[in-house]
Unconditional design. Structure first.
Length: 128
């Protein structure tokens, strides 16, 4: 049996696994390497803070992910399949490493965030 997501170390592990998949993915990797080349040394700690706040309400994250993704969409159109892949890679990363209440919550929150972004960025009324 796998353990549940319990602390920041677990979040670091999850986020790192997820972005390893993102960087290798032929559908969405170009968004992170070509469209807006990501400074991983800065981005990863931001994502650790984001997910730590989402799961444990730490208040560690300050930022505006919606405006950042809207900017990305303006530069290179995001499509439904990008969101679908993002969800799959995130779910796969969680499932490989963890199980339990927080793992399930992380996946649900990720899908909720994705849904809101689809509605606001793609004007999709029936998102995935």
């Amino acid at each position: 049996m796998k353990k549940d997501i319990e602390n920041r170390d677990d979040i670091v592990l999850l986020v790192n696994r997820f972005y390893e998949k993102v960087k290798a993915d032929e559908l969405i990797s170009y968004l992170f390497s070509e469209v807006i080349p990501v400074n991983w040394e800065k981005h990863l700690p931001t994502m650790y803070n984001f997910w730590e706040n989402i799961l444990f309400f730490t208040g560690a994250y300050t930022g505006q992910p919606m405006s950042l993704h809207q900017h990305l969409h303006h530069i290179s159109s995001l499509k439904l399949e990008h969101f679908e892949r993002w969800n799959k890679l995130f779910d796969d990363s969680v499932d490989e490493l963890f199980e339990g209440h927080q793992a399930t919550t992380a996946k649900a929150k990720a899908h909720s965030i994705s849904t809101v972004m689809q509605i606001k960025i793609l004007n999709v009324h029936n998102p995935i």
